[in-house]
Design a protein around this ligand. Structure first.
Ligand SMILES: Cc1cc2nc3c(=O)[nH]c(=O)nc-3n(C[C@H](O)[C@H](O)[C@H](O)COP(=O)(O)OP(=O)(O)OC[C@H]3O[C@@H](n4cnc5c(N)ncnc54)[C@H](O)[C@@H]3O)c2cc1C
Length: 301
């Protein structure tokens, strides 16, 4: 692990950087979720450093949000320190044989950017609605690809010693839907491989992935993608389908008929009722198959 040095010259302005009572339900893919008491919007290294060097800052617990496509904050809200990266962290820079991608860059944007630059390997990101930060945290993936396959290193801020580090992917233990999940850290950038390819091939693959998704998963509904991780050698959707009754497919929070590991919910529905719905599914599967499904959705609170 190597440390990256930088010079800080800016201070934080409360009216630009601080959002009090940030309503996650307004922005989350589920259109549900409690408030974040204090959310700081951070646009560059200097603001980050300035925030964490404040004497009065209390960092009991930290929540970094990306595009909120895999997060549900319970109704009581989050009382710790919320961080959202923007600005400099929403840029992609191409160097000779790697790309430096900010944590706030959206997966879909990166995929289209790569297409424009004839860079192949990022077609699968076209269909994932998260950000690169959330993606590196989750080791997100689909169609037999995961972000770890493309990563060279992760650049992150350690809120304990207030320093920036770079760590090589070979020294990190990424696993299925478990990426860089180190406590008290903020993922700032991913350094990614660059492989050039044929633009038509890239475009067709992106379209193919989008078509598969349209056919197999619900579209234009409030959802979080897969609720549960697939247990080893098993499909969560099959375990769910064979454990529940028809009532789970009806009501304001309901499983998708297209894909039983997805649910759809009405907007502004209580986050705690979604949590309960998920626990009920977990219990049914456990009773029937003696398997405790592990949530892929991050539930905060
Ligand atoms: C319709 C739909 C389809 C989906 N399909 C897929 C799929 O095919 N494959 C797949 O893997 N996932 C899928 N997902 C889930 C989701 O898109 C991914 O997990 C994505 O990587 C989450 O990114 P995000 O920016 O939305 O993260 P968020 O939901 O905002 O955060 C997720 C977690 O990452 C942490 N985090 C986010 N940014 C940072 C950062 N900069 N530093 C530290 N921690 C951070 C958060 O604290 C949280 O714990 C889908 C979701 C939806 C709604």
């Amino acid at each position: 692990m190597s440390q990256i040095k930088f010079v800080s010259f800016m201070t934080l302005e409360n009216n630009k950087n601080l959002v009090s009572n940030y309503q996650s339900s307004k922005y989350s893919w589920l259109k549900s979720g409690g408030k974040i008491n204090k959310l700081y919007k951070i646009y560059n290294f200097s603001e980050l450093s300035s925030l964490f060097n404040r004497k009065q800052l209390k960092t009991k617990s930290l929540l970094v949000i990306g595009n909120l496509s895999n997060t549900l904050i319970k109704d009581e809200g989050f009382k710790g320190l919320g961080i959202k990266l923007l600005g400099d962290f929403a840029n992609v820079q191409i160097y000779h044989d790697y790309m430096l991608v900010g944590a706030a860059v959206l997966d879909n944007y990166l995929s289209k950017f790569c297409y424009q630059k004839s860079i192949t390997g990022y077609e699968f990101l076209y269909t994932i609605p998260g950000s690169i930060g959330g993606n590196i945290f989750m080791n997100a993936g689909c169609y037999n690809q995961e972000i770890k396959d493309k990563l060279i290193s992760v650049i992150f801020f350690d809120t304990n010693d207030k320093k920036i580090y770079e760590e090589n992917i070979n020294d990190l233990e990424f696993d299925y839907r478990k990426g860089f999940q180190r406590k008290n850290t903020i993922i700032l950038y991913g350094k990614f491989k660059v492989t050039h390819g044929n633009q038509n091939y890239i475009k067709n693959l992106m379209q193919e992935y989008a078509n598969i998704r349209n056919q197999t998963q619900p579209q234009k509904v409030n959802c979080c993608g897969s609720i549960f991780k697939n247990p080893f050698n098993q499909s969560a959707w099959k375990l769910i389908r064979t454990s529940i009754d028809e009532s789970f497919y009806h009501g304001p929070i309901k499983l998708s008929k297209k894909h039983s590991n997805f649910f759809e919910n009405e907007p502004n529905i209580s986050a705690n009722s979604i949590d309960l719905f998920i626990s009920n599914i977990q219990k049914r599967v456990s009773d029937k198959h003696k398997i405790m499904l592990e949530k892929e959705l991050r539930i905060i609170g």
